[in-house]
Design a protein. Structure first.
Length: 210
C-alpha cells in the first residue's frame, strides 16, 4: 500500500509517519530521503541530481518525480511505503499519476490554523540534544530546562506565530489542493489531528484497515 500523509505544518505528520511505519512495517520516505539514496547508490538519476545539488541549484520537479518512481520500485518498498511531504503540490500529484505511480490512500490530518499556532507556540526545544517539549502536553520537569541534558530550552524561529502563519499560508495555497485531488479519486480519508497522539494513531490505523 502506497500512502500519502497530508496535513499542515505542526499537525503531527512526522510523529504519525513514524508510528505508521511500525504498524505497517513499511518505510516512511521524504523527497530528501529518496534523493540522498539515489545519489548514494550512484544511479543514473542520482548522478544527474547530484550535479544540481553540488552546484547549489534546486533539483527540477521532473527529475525528483522520476527518482521517486524509481525508488518506489526498489525492494525497500516492495510492501508499500508512506510518502511524507511528497507530493507537495497539485502539479506533483498529477505528475505522479501520469508516471503510473498508483497512490492507494491519502490520509489527511485535519486541524485548524488557530490550533496549529497555539500548538507551535507551546513548543520548547533543547538546542543541545534536540529534545522537544510542549508547555501544556509534555512540559519539562523544570521550567525551560531540558530533562535530558539540563540545557536551557528555546523557542525556534520556525515556531513563532508570524513564521507559522506564513508557513500555513503557503500550505493552503500550494499543498491543500492535493486533498481535493485525492478526494475526487475516492482515495482520501481524514483524521481529527486535535486528538491525543495515541488517539490520532488509532484513527489512522483504522483508516488503513488495522
Amino acid at each position: 500500500m502506497k500512502i500519502v500523509l497530508l496535513g499542515p505544518p505542526g499537525a503531527g505528520k512526522g510523529t504519525q509517519a513514524a508510528k505508521l511505519t511500525e504498524l505497517l512495517q513499511v518505510p516512511a520516505l521524504s523527497t530528501g530521503d529518496m534523493l540522498r539514496a539515489a545519489v548514494r547508490e550512484g544511479t543514473a538519476l542520482g548522478k544527474e541530481a547530484k550535479g544540481y545539488m553540488d552546484s547549489g541549484a534546486l533539483v527540477p520537479d521532473a527529475l525528483i518525480l522520476q527518482i521517486v518512481k524509481e525508488f518506489l520500485q526498489t525492494p525497500a518498498c516492495a510492501n508499500g511505503c508512506i510518502l511524507d511531504g511528497m507530493p507537495r503540490n497539485l502539479k506533483q500529484a498529477e505528475a505522479l499519476d501520469e508516471l503510473g505511480v498508483d497512490i492507494d490512500l491519502a490520509l489527511s490530518l485535519e486541524i485548524s490554523d488557530d490550533e496549529i499556532v497555539r500548538r507551535m507556540g507551546d513548543r520548547r526545544v533543547c538546542p543541545k540534544c534536540g529534545t522537544v517539549f510542549s508547555v501544556t502536553a509534555n512540559p519539562p520537569q523544570k521550567d525551560n530546562v531540558c530533562d535530558k541534558c539540563g540545557d536551557a530550552l528555546i523557542i525556534r524561529e520556525d515556531d513563532k506565530a508570524e513564521t507559522v502563519l506564513n508557513r500555513l499560508k503557503v500550505y493552503h495555497a500550494e499543498t491543500e489542493p492535493i486533498i481535493g485531488f485525492y478526494r475526487a479519486k475516492g482515495k482520501l480519508k481524514t483524521v481529527d489531528a486535535t486528538q491525543t497522539i495515541e488517539d490520532v494513531n488509532k484513527a489512522l490505523a483504522g483508516a488503513v484497515g488495522l
